[in-house]
Design a binder for this molecule. Sequence first.
Ligand code: PNS
Length: 156
Amino acid sequence: MKTCIVPGSFDPFTLGHLDVVKRAAGLFDKVYVAIMINSQKTGKFDFAQRKRIAELSCAGLENVEVITADGLLVDLCRALGASAVVKGVRDAQDCTYEINMARMNGFIDESFETVLLPAKPELSFLSSTFVRELMKYEKPLDGALHPVAVAYISVI
Ligand code: PNS
């Protein structure tokens, strides 16, 4: 059984993330969406809220499970028996960042493998930062988040 992890801060989980998870679910038998800490970012949603938003967004994807985790990604991979990490990349800046992350993780554990999936053009403008900006100015989130996640956020 081939297992992968789609890690991220997911603050919040967007339709761009969902597309990457769906594509990973077609490539691997089991996908863990791992909500993790990015030490360079301060969060808007707490971990429980991020998990709920991701779970609502991924509902119905049978081989996908949403988890939260602290610690290092390489250790999570070992603990879950994952053979790869899957990340979406939107542009050259993302590629540079993710290739560097992949190399650092490979330095810590040489068995660590990263698969980069290019974002679909129509989703490539979308980011959690953009969603948080929309929220700050009380703009609608439709088309950026799953409709069920939009409904959840409106009541928390
Ligand atoms: O969505 P993001 O913010 O790009 O996700 C980054 C994340 C959370 C996957 C990354 O910061 C991470 O792997 N955090 C866990 C700690 C770790 O393993 N850091 C890398 C060591 S070089």
